[in-house]
Design a protein around this ligand. Structure first.
Ligand code: TYD
Ligand code: MG
Length: 461
């Protein structure tokens, strides 16, 4: 077959392929993200060889009872859905410096201690650098093989020879494939490298972890394509400057998504945080106005967080609104609800005027929460700051707010109240429609509210 080099354009954001350059990606709408790459179309064609493949009847397929390898890091196991599935491919994404290499090296250590052979391939660091990091983490045994290489053909042949149970590729962006013309880190390199690794994973039953760096837009650099190729996608979140990190499952073919693992970065590597609520509430000011504790569900796990708000007279033409850790538009909506608040019993308006105030809302601890169940806490934090009322520190608040100011029920109310009770809270303000679910909870006063006005009255008491 004649060799045919074709020039195509890849979107660095979504991986979309077009034959013509344009300023905006036709698939995802990103501007100036298309880059030219030379692709050898012949290799692509030659691979699609037709053979006499037959489909299999589903009932004839015998599933091996999924055996999982525990990482012995409980928080990591939880996000993975109970452990590593042999032959699966796991993408660990995150900003540079957030702790991906550290977590995976710690995983290596734990796996080696349970006599599982692991190969750690690093394209970013030298053997000495890995050793220095390893020394901080703890003692290793002789089960861990290191390889500093970026050529996938070499890596593949070494893996075939050594046959590790778990393979770790530290950063897919540094790997390259000789058959692909473009530079490492380009969309076609990353895509091709991933498919080579996928073959290793599936054919030899090796669990492969891939580290992927994230661009500032929050997607794995260029190759969003990677996300649908792998079995599991995990993202490391958190403020680089704060010490704890959150590992979040975004996709998992072998478990539930939206589970999180919480870690704290120490001088000895990442430590598991078994009780995230206590960490999130650490350092909470006493009797401060504009501070409300709420309970958000992260997967099946309730986490208490403090919502802070500051309302102050504006010095600008248009008042400033800022939301850190929660949705900006949601905050604006809640401000509108507070302004139009009505006292249903007296049938008159009792809204507060915020049109000349700057409003800042922050979720303490660097968590990002998109759950509507924190609505009520945000609204009350704004109210508390505006009215200069300090809310009792023993109170936890949750509930979704509708446009007419009604407080709507949320899922898993009982777990939320229980978590608050566990951490010593004495009072919970929750949607009235959730009251019946929480009757079994003792030792905490549960107050049901059906609209924002009632909630405001409850905290003003
Ligand atoms: P690293 O795992 O290299 O990040 P990534 O692979 O995601 O780019 O870790 C980054 C940071 O963690 C680094 O700035 C130093 C810090 N760190 C500690 O604070 N304590 C430790 O024990 C280790 C190993 C790293
Ligand atoms: Mg790294």
């Amino acid at each position: 077959m004649a060799k045919k080099n074709v020039s195509v354009f890849f979107c660095q954001e979504c991986g979309n392929e077009t034959s013509k350059w344009s300023g905006q990606c036709p698939a995802c709408g990103a501007w100036n993200s298309l880059v030219e790459e030379i692709v050898d179309k012949t290799t692509v064609k030659a691979r699609g060889k037709i053979s006499d493949v037959k489909p299999t009847k589903l009932i004839n397929v015998t599933a091996s009872n999924e055996h999982r390898i525990s990482t012995n890091i409980e928080e990591f196991d939880r996000v993975l859905g109970g452990g590593i599935v042999p032959g699966s491919m796991i993408l660990v994404g995150g900003d540079p410096g957030i702790g991906k290499s550290t977590l995976l090296l710690q995983t290596c250590r734990q796996l080696c201690l349970s006599n599982i052979s692991v190969m750690y391939v690093s394209g970013e660091e030298s053997l000495q650098q890995i050793k220095i990091r390893a020394d901080r983490i703890g003692a290793f045994n002789d089960k861990l093989d290191l390889l500093c290489d970026t050529n996938l053909d070499t890596i593949k042949s070494v893996v075939e020879r050594e046959k590790p149970t778990v393979l770790i590729i530290d950063s897919i962006q540094t790997m390259y494939n000789e058959s692909v013309g473009s530079a490492p880190g380009s969309v076609s390199q990353v895509r091709e490298s991933t498919s080579v690794l996928m073959e290793i994973a599936k054919v030899q039953g090796i669990a492969v972890f891939i580290v992927g760096h994230v661009t500032k837009e929050g997607t794995v650099a260029g190759p969003r394509v990677l996300e649908h190729m792998v079995d599991t996608v995990l993202y490391f979140e958190g403020d680089r400057h704060a010490s704890y990190r959150i590992l979040r499952g975004v996709k998992n073919r072998f478990g539930s998504t939206n589970e999180i693992g919480v870690f704290e970065m120490r001088d000895t590597g990442l430590n598991e945080v078994k009780n995230p609520s206590a960490v999130m509430l650490d350092g909470r000011p006493e009797n401060a106005t504009g501070s409300i504790v709420t309970c958000s569900m992260e997967g099946t796990r309730p986490i208490l967080v403090e919502i802070q708000s500051l309302v102050s007279k504006t010095a600008f033409e248009i008042p400033r609104r800022m939301a850190t850790g929660c949705d900006y538009n949601r905050v604006n909506l809640l401000v509108a609800v507070l302004e139009r608040m009505r006292d249903a019993r007296a049938n008159k308006s009792c809204g507060i005027f915020l049109g000349r105030s700057d409003i800042y809302v922050n979720i303490a601890g660097g968590m990002r929460i998109n759950e509507p169940a924190i609505d009520l806490a945000i609204a009350l934090a704004i109210y508390s700051s505006e009215k200069d009322i300090a809310v009792n520190a023993d109170t936890v608040v949750f509930g979704e707010i509708g446009l007419s100011g009604e407080v709507r029920s949320v899922a898993m109310a009982e777990q939320r109240v229980n978590e608050a009770k566990k951490l010593g809270f004495k009072r919970a303000i929750i949607p009235a429609s959730n009251l019946s679910i929480t009757t079994g909870v003792k030792d905490i006063e549960v107050i049901g509210v059906s609209n924002v006005k009632e909630a405001v009255d409850a905290i003003s008491r």
